[in-house]
Design a protein around this ligand. Structure first.
Ligand code: NAP
Length: 279
């Protein structure tokens, strides 16, 4: 068996052509959609991610406003900025780059984002709606993964999905989305016992651990669909891919798999927010 490569980079190119056409249609009678990005502090990786998100907006004809706040920013200052952007009718989506410095109550700040501008899918309300199968913007990384799986016609119905990681922005919403897509879902985390035994059961495996090559290739069963959300220096993911290409059914590359899809989900949801605001 040779694994089908779930090529996020290639899919993003296709999706951006369609998004560019949709933006061009919208701006005939409406203002250019704007994504506001908020970066608190000076973490270089976060700075790069914010830059990439702004660039992706511009590639499809949208705009972005970059808000930069100091490392010493307080929760109150960040809340005030979010409320200002909530009230700004020119802004259609708000992205608060995670993580924020530790003195800030990140959950409170995420939840201050107006639901109609929560295009990164980070609010508790948005999560709840999505988990209930109601209309909401999904958390961008799992939403991007779902687009990737759908594009490559990966059959999820009745399959056993194992998600390793339970963070609010990745593991938990991923599990909810897979459940909504009729998978039987196991969620693993740092307290899970016999992790390898759970992973061996996976028809669909999502690695979202945040530790380079933590999930070992020998734990993964033949024929599985392997999605690696991790990205670490040196181009490593959360999953060790040794020998997998010859025995699993599908595989996301790192880089070029989940990463580009995350940004694409964010910008497509921003466009959707602008379309809704105009109707
Ligand atoms: P996170 O908030 O640090 O969460 C990591 C999760 O892994 C936690 O739920 C943790 O469990 C679990 N975990 C840690 N050690 C474990 C162990 N020994 N066994 C089993 N589970 C363990 O990370 P995140 O934000 O979800 O990100 C996860 C990965 O995705 C990272 O590699 C990150 O770089 C990547 N990521 C990629 C994108 C993208 O666009 N490609 C976006 C976001 C994140 P506990 O809950 O018990 O602590």
């Amino acid at each position: 068996m040779t694994a089908l490569i779930l090529d996020g980079k290639k899919l993003v190119k296709e999706r951006e052509v369609a998004l560019t056409a949709s933006v061009a249609e919208l701006v005939k009678n409406n203002p250019v959609p704007i994504l506001a990005t908020i970066l608190v502090g000076s973490d270089p990786a976060s700075g790069t991610y914010v830059q990439m998100k702004g660039n992706a907006c511009r590639r499809i004809g949208m705009d972005s406003i970059k808000v930069e706040m100091s490392e010493e920013t307080t929760t109150e200052q960040l809340l005030a900025k979010i409320n200002e952007l909530n009230a700004n009718p020119d802004v259609h989506g708000i992205l608060l780059q995670h993580p924020v410095p530790s003195q800030i109550d990140e959950r409170l700040c995420f939840d201050a984002i107006a639901i109609e501008k929560d295009v990164d899918g980070v609010t508790t309300k948005g999560f709840g709606l999505m988990a209930m199968g109601e209309e909401a913007y999904g958390s961008a990384t799992p939403a991007g993964i779902m687009h990737l799986l759908a594009h490559y016609n990966i059959d999820l119905n009745g399959k056993h999905a194992v998600v390793v990681g339970r963070s609010p922005i990745l593991g938990k919403p991923m599990a909810a989305m897979l459940l909504n897509a009729n998978c039987t879902v196991t969620i693993c985390h740092s307290r899970t016992q016999n992790l390898a035994d759970h992973i061996k059961q996976a028809d669909i495996l999502v690695g979202a651990v945040g530790r380079p090559e933590f999930i070992k290739a020998e734990w993964i069963k033949d024929g599985a669909v392997v999605v690696d959300a991790g990205y670490h220096p040196g181009g490593l993911g959360d999953i060790d891919k040794t020998g997998l290409e010859g025995r699993v059914s599908a595989l996301t590359p790192v880089p070029g798999g989940v990463g580009p899809m995350t940004i694409n989900a964010l910008i497509s949801q921003t466009l959707e927010a602008a379309q809704k605001a105009s109707s």
